[in-house]
Ligand binder design. Structure first.
Ligand code: DGP
Length: 114
Protein backbone atom coordinates (compact mmCIF):
# COMPACT_ATOMS: atom_id res chain seq x y z
CA UNK A 1 0.00 0.00 0.00
CA UNK A 2 1.60 3.21 -1.16
CA UNK A 3 0.43 5.37 1.78
CA UNK A 4 1.22 2.84 4.54
CA UNK A 5 4.21 3.81 6.69
CA UNK A 6 5.06 0.20 7.53
CA UNK A 7 4.96 -0.76 3.82
CA UNK A 8 7.39 2.13 3.28
CA UNK A 9 9.66 0.70 5.98
CA UNK A 10 9.49 -2.73 4.28
CA UNK A 11 10.39 -1.10 0.94
CA UNK A 12 13.23 0.91 2.55
CA UNK A 13 11.51 4.18 1.61
CA UNK A 14 11.58 5.05 5.33
CA UNK A 15 14.49 4.20 7.66
CA UNK A 16 14.24 1.72 10.51
CA UNK A 17 16.52 -0.36 12.71
CA UNK A 18 15.94 -3.91 11.52
CA UNK A 19 16.31 -6.71 14.05
CA UNK A 20 15.15 -9.70 11.99
CA UNK A 21 13.98 -10.37 8.45
CA UNK A 22 12.86 -13.34 6.39
CA UNK A 23 10.83 -13.80 3.23
CA UNK A 24 7.48 -13.09 4.94
CA UNK A 25 8.31 -10.93 7.95
CA UNK A 26 10.26 -7.84 9.00
CA UNK A 27 11.07 -6.92 12.63
CA UNK A 28 12.37 -3.47 13.55
CA UNK A 29 12.70 -1.26 16.62
CA UNK A 30 9.65 0.81 17.64
CA UNK A 31 10.24 4.54 17.18
CA UNK A 32 8.60 5.23 20.56
CA UNK A 33 9.75 2.38 22.82
CA UNK A 34 7.62 1.45 25.83
CA UNK A 35 10.49 -0.52 27.41
CA UNK A 36 14.25 -1.00 26.91
CA UNK A 37 13.45 -3.51 24.17
CA UNK A 38 10.48 -2.79 21.91
CA UNK A 39 10.39 -4.42 18.50
CA UNK A 40 7.57 -4.51 15.94
CA UNK A 41 7.08 -7.72 13.95
CA UNK A 42 5.13 -7.16 10.73
CA UNK A 43 4.13 -9.14 7.65
CA UNK A 44 5.78 -7.95 4.44
CA UNK A 45 2.46 -8.41 2.68
CA UNK A 46 0.06 -5.67 3.74
CA UNK A 47 -2.58 -6.88 6.22
CA UNK A 48 -4.65 -4.14 7.81
CA UNK A 49 -5.06 -5.68 11.26
CA UNK A 50 -5.62 -8.93 13.17
CA UNK A 51 -9.19 -9.20 11.84
CA UNK A 52 -8.12 -8.87 8.18
CA UNK A 53 -8.69 -12.31 6.57
CA UNK A 54 -5.27 -11.96 4.91
CA UNK A 55 -3.70 -12.28 8.38
CA UNK A 56 -4.46 -16.00 8.58
CA UNK A 57 -3.55 -16.91 4.99
CA UNK A 58 -0.52 -18.77 3.68
CA UNK A 59 1.10 -19.71 6.97
CA UNK A 60 1.48 -16.09 8.05
CA UNK A 61 0.64 -16.64 11.76
CA UNK A 62 3.34 -19.31 11.95
CA UNK A 63 5.83 -16.99 10.25
CA UNK A 64 4.99 -14.15 12.65
CA UNK A 65 5.37 -16.36 15.73
CA UNK A 66 8.63 -17.76 14.40
CA UNK A 67 9.87 -14.21 13.99
CA UNK A 68 8.82 -13.34 17.56
CA UNK A 69 10.93 -16.28 18.77
CA UNK A 70 13.87 -15.10 16.66
CA UNK A 71 13.58 -11.58 18.07
CA UNK A 72 13.35 -12.90 21.63
CA UNK A 73 16.50 -14.95 21.10
CA UNK A 74 18.43 -12.13 19.41
CA UNK A 75 17.44 -9.60 22.07
CA UNK A 76 18.25 -11.95 24.97
CA UNK A 77 14.67 -12.01 26.23
CA UNK A 78 14.17 -15.75 26.60
CA UNK A 79 15.32 -16.00 30.21
CA UNK A 80 13.69 -12.90 31.71
CA UNK A 81 10.57 -12.99 29.58
CA UNK A 82 8.77 -10.50 27.41
CA UNK A 83 5.30 -9.57 26.21
CA UNK A 84 3.79 -9.84 22.73
CA UNK A 85 0.81 -7.58 22.05
CA UNK A 86 -1.43 -6.91 19.07
CA UNK A 87 -3.56 -3.81 19.47
CA UNK A 88 -6.84 -3.65 17.58
CA UNK A 89 -9.12 -0.66 17.35
CA UNK A 90 -9.80 2.44 19.38
CA UNK A 91 -9.96 0.93 22.86
CA UNK A 92 -6.55 -0.69 22.38
CA UNK A 93 -5.01 2.46 20.91
CA UNK A 94 -4.17 0.92 17.54
CA UNK A 95 -2.46 3.66 15.52
CA UNK A 96 -0.94 2.07 12.41
CA UNK A 97 -3.25 0.09 10.09
CA UNK A 98 -0.69 -2.54 9.09
CA UNK A 99 -0.71 -5.65 11.29
CA UNK A 100 2.09 -5.52 13.86
CA UNK A 101 3.06 -7.59 16.88
CA UNK A 102 4.78 -5.64 19.63
CA UNK A 103 7.61 -7.52 21.37
CA UNK A 104 8.27 -5.67 24.62
CA UNK A 105 10.80 -6.53 27.30
CA UNK A 106 13.93 -5.63 29.20
CA UNK A 107 12.08 -4.62 32.37
CA UNK A 108 9.32 -6.04 34.58
CA UNK A 109 5.97 -5.37 32.89
CA UNK A 110 2.80 -4.64 34.83
CA UNK A 111 -0.37 -6.64 34.35
CA UNK A 112 -3.13 -5.97 33.54
CA UNK A 113 -2.29 -3.16 31.09
CA UNK A 114 -3.58 0.25 32.11
P1 DGP B 1 -0.11 0.56 17.75
O1 DGP B 1 -0.60 1.49 18.80
O2 DGP B 1 -0.28 -0.90 18.21
O3 DGP B 1 -0.74 0.80 16.40
O4 DGP B 1 1.44 0.80 17.65
C1 DGP B 1 2.07 1.45 16.58
C2 DGP B 1 3.53 1.57 16.94
O5 DGP B 1 4.23 1.94 15.77
C3 DGP B 1 3.86 2.63 17.99
O6 DGP B 1 4.40 1.98 19.15
C4 DGP B 1 4.87 3.53 17.35
C5 DGP B 1 5.31 2.75 16.15
N1 DGP B 1 5.64 3.57 14.97
C6 DGP B 1 4.80 4.44 14.36
N2 DGP B 1 5.43 5.00 13.30
C7 DGP B 1 6.66 4.43 13.24
C8 DGP B 1 7.77 4.61 12.36
O7 DGP B 1 7.74 5.38 11.39
N3 DGP B 1 8.89 3.88 12.62
C9 DGP B 1 8.93 3.00 13.68
N4 DGP B 1 10.09 2.34 13.85
N5 DGP B 1 7.91 2.82 14.53
C10 DGP B 1 6.79 3.53 14.31
Amino acid sequence: MSDCIFCKIINRELPSTIVYEDDQVLAFRDINPAAPIHVLVIPKRHCANILDPATVEAGLPAALFKAVAQVAAKEGLEERGFRTVVNYGRDAGEAVPHLHLHVIGGRALGWPPG
